[in-house]
Write a protein of this length. Sequence first.
Length: 623
Amino acid sequence: MSFFNSILNKFLKNNLTKDSVIRILFFLIAVASIVLKGILFQGFASSKDPYVFSFSAGYEAADPFLNYYIAFALVFLSFSLLFKGRGRIIYTFVINFVLTLLIIIDMWYFRGFLTVPSAIVLKQTSNLDNMTGSVLSMMSNLDFIFLLDFIVLALYVILARKSFTQKHRRAIKTFLCTFIFPVVFIIYVPISINVFNNADVHNAYLFSNYDKSNTAKYFSPIGYHIMDLYTVYRDSKPYQLTAEDKADINEYFETKKENLPNNEYFGKAKGKNLIYIQVESLENFVIDKTVNGKEITPNLNKLVKNSLYFPNTFEQVNEGTSSDADLMVNTSMLPLRQGSTFFRYPNTNYNSLPNILEDQGYSTRAIHPDKGSFWNYAAGLTGIGFDKFTDYYSFNVDEVIGLGISDKRYFEQVVPMLKEQKQPFYTETVTISSHGPFDLPQQYRELGLDQELNDSKMGGYFESVHYTDKQIGYFLDMLDKEGLLQNSIIAIMGDHTGVHKYYDDSINQLSHKEDWYLNTGNPTVPFILYDPSTKEGKKFDKLYNGQIDVMPTLLYYLGVDKSKYEDTALGKNLLNTNKSFAVITNGTLKGGENLTDKEKEVYKKSLDISDKMIRANYRHDQN
């Protein structure tokens, strides 16, 4: 920090008036407050519970990089020196407010996703529709500490207001020092890397393939967003696959191939309708569990006994959350590393589940209870290849639970849509009543939980999932009565984890909790394949898999030859594989005990490979 100390000493060596010293102190207090907020952010983000603040953890995380925190604060606040009188005060408060708001938004987002948002996500304001409850649930009573400096600054200005007059000059020379020197300090490393090819420069790792959460640590949340804007701009240009990229893609698909003979599952449901139910926030840990003597998911419990059930299906969504699940199930591609795939690349050409089934004579339709603008579903799902997209505006929304139409009224109106659809068909359906913050209305709570559990997020989650489970059973009964069930197969999967993903801290606060409530560190959702004509039950409890494995598994069961998808689908066919693994969004490989070290290395590249394939609009015939 000697660089910044030298600047301060330069100020103090001059013959400064009392008013000048007061104005300098005001500037330094503002700089210190912005730096402190970066440390406060780390105090939450570095804590085991992001709703609980730890100053020691925050300072320890930020300490090695405080020069960057100070530099970015100086860059933004230096412009106040171009104003005089009240203008300087107003600018300082306005820029402080803007930067504080940005840090607070980062904090709320981090609590939900354990990362910080990209500019791509921040501009997706259509996603805020009907999400007030979810956003409020990400707040903490301790967040007020981000605003305390406004009181300090306001009191300082009131007491020293006579020193801020139109008579004092604009500090142009000081502005140049406090702006130019920090900028030079900030850009020294990237210029050394990109201009002078000096990859050995100190802190070079901060500027290459950075993890967003670490970048917020290294540069402060403010510096992260500057870096992020550059990254978004860089990545907005069409990506051109390099020879190395193409070699990595070919290596991945060659490594993935198993060349196993077909078994009894191939074509078992050939020519049948496929109905996929994507269940909001459904985690696997509630399956076959009871609370207060009552089954949480009685209908799903019955189904798994008569279905092909994959309990170790790892969540692989990224910043697109639910829309990423739509993407993976229908394309067997992993989502982009930054931003929502549906927002950024809605028109990428995919060798998708709907496109492949359309070639087999199927009609395809996606029926969403959300508005088409939410996560850009309308463009994203039609871009994937669905013949028809139906959203919120096609429903009579006469009962609302949480984000929108209740699951009961949704399914009641979906059945007539399925009756009119040309068979064979593939239809995707989506539930939303079990979306966080899990505040199911009291009249639908049937588990009779004790007061503490009922009032908690965990209790709300149990009740919400129980309600949705009931409506899934009701939906299947309606399909049976309409004669649609016997000629269909039903695939069910959670879009992502729920209570453990967003409200894990609330579980630890319960005074009485079962061991199975707790987070195991393995984010899994159930994947269930139900064939009513056979009702064959098998639990694949030794098989580790991911959400990208759903598409090849369904196509195999429907009798589609693997040559139609094996060179484009990143996932494996779970009904005919000897490989047990999944790569989750943080790059961790789950399972894989039977893989060679080389195979593990190749599969871990899948996140980067998928990102480049989507951005380059890759087709396997490009090679």
